[in-house]
Design a protein around this ligand. Structure first.
Ligand SMILES: *Cc1c(COP(=O)(O)O)cnc(C)c1O
Length: 310
């Protein structure tokens, strides 16, 4: 599935605010790559799976939460590329009633249907998941596997994200991306031109991100983070964000997710409204995917009696 002929369209966004402010906004539709192996998860898995194949690994093991885009993507990509997959999932309470979990959690159901084996662990064990003793225990339990870290961020993942931008994207002044672990933005930072700036929109609260991004990127003078658009933290959202996502899809056809890309595009439009971009600026926002998570969020919204994502 990782062929080099992949062509991703940049879709121009037409909205009154953009015309008013004289700013051009395009969205790189990486969400269209594949329904589950979409956006940056495709980019981050690509060179890891090529390497796993080279090492003749039979299985891929990785970590994630119960609604993780990375878990869904790894399971689907593993199936397509002939690997067994093992998902070490945060939350041992889920193991007690797996049938029920698979019924209401579409992410895990998708992963399960792609043949992923689950190991549910406590939140405490999850925090210690990178320790050697824990990894050794996993080796004993599952034999040999190729390890992909949580969120998929490692050197090979960043290499994949360096392939997002193409020569045709040189005309943009700003490249925008949602930020989780920082791997994706690191790839963008490494691949932009000298006259381009990268702006990241963290989907979570915290000040640890800069050092993570520094670890994987080779410069620090061409990027910044806009930290006011996390909506309370990772996985948090409110009615304002949901109605923005619905407004945006209705007026542009572009679907956004409320965990990552919705927050980024909300932030970009808010910054444009507040004249943070000069007239004539050309902005390219990367749609990093994540749409498989919308159904899970809609279940939550329904329980709360809120409007759903359309
Ligand atoms: C995982 C994910 C991100 C975060 O990517 P990082 O490389 O961890 O910063 C952004 N957007 C979407 C849709 C994602 O699924």
């Amino acid at each position: 599935m990782f062929d080099s002929s992949l062509r991703i369209p940049n879709q121009q966004i037409i909205l009154p605010i953009l015309e008013d402010k004289g700013v051009e906004l395009f969205i790189k539709r990486e969400d269209l790559i594949h329904p589950y192996v979409s956006g940056n998860k495709y980019r981050k898995l690509k060179h890891n799976l090529i390497e796993a194949k080279r090492q003749k690994a039979k299985a891929i093991l990785t970590f994630g939460g119960a609604y993780s885009n990375h878990i869904a993507a790894t399971a689907a990509a593993g199936k397509i590329n002939g690997f067994e997959t093992i998902g070490v999932i945060r939350g041992d309470e889920l193991a007690k009633d797996i049938d029920n979990v698979l019924e209401y959690n579409k992410t895990l159901k998708l992963a399960y249907e792609s043949g992923m084996k689950f190991k549910f662990i406590s939140r405490e064990d999850y925090r210690n998941k990178n320790q050697e003793s824990f990894l050794n225990k996993l080796q004993d339990e599952f034999n040999e596997f190729y390890l992909v870290p949580e969120g998929g961020s490692n050197k090979l993942a960043v290499k994949g994200c360096e392939e997002i931008l193409t020569n045709e994207d040189e005309k943009f002044n700003y490249i925008c991306s949602a930020v989780g672990t920082g791997g994706t933005i690191a790839g963008l930072i490494n691949s932009v031109n000298d006259n381009q700036k990268v702006i990241g929109f963290p989907a979570l609260k915290g000040s640890f991100l800069e050092s993570e991004i520094d670890k994987f990127s080779n410069r620090n003078d061409n990027w910044s983070l806009e930290k006011e658009y996390h909506f309370g933290g990772y996985g948090k959202f409110d009615e304002r964000l949901i109605s923005f996502i619905n407004y945006f899809k209705e007026n542009t056809t572009v679907p956004l997710d409320p965990i990552y890309t919705g927050k980024m595009v909300y932030g970009i439009i808010d910054m444009i409204s507040n004249n943070k971009f000069q007239r004539g600026s050309k902005i390219l926002a990367i749609h990093t995917g994540g749409l498989q998570g919308v159904e899970g969020v809609n279940q939550k919204l329904k329980r709360k009696g809120m409007d759903l994502i359309q």
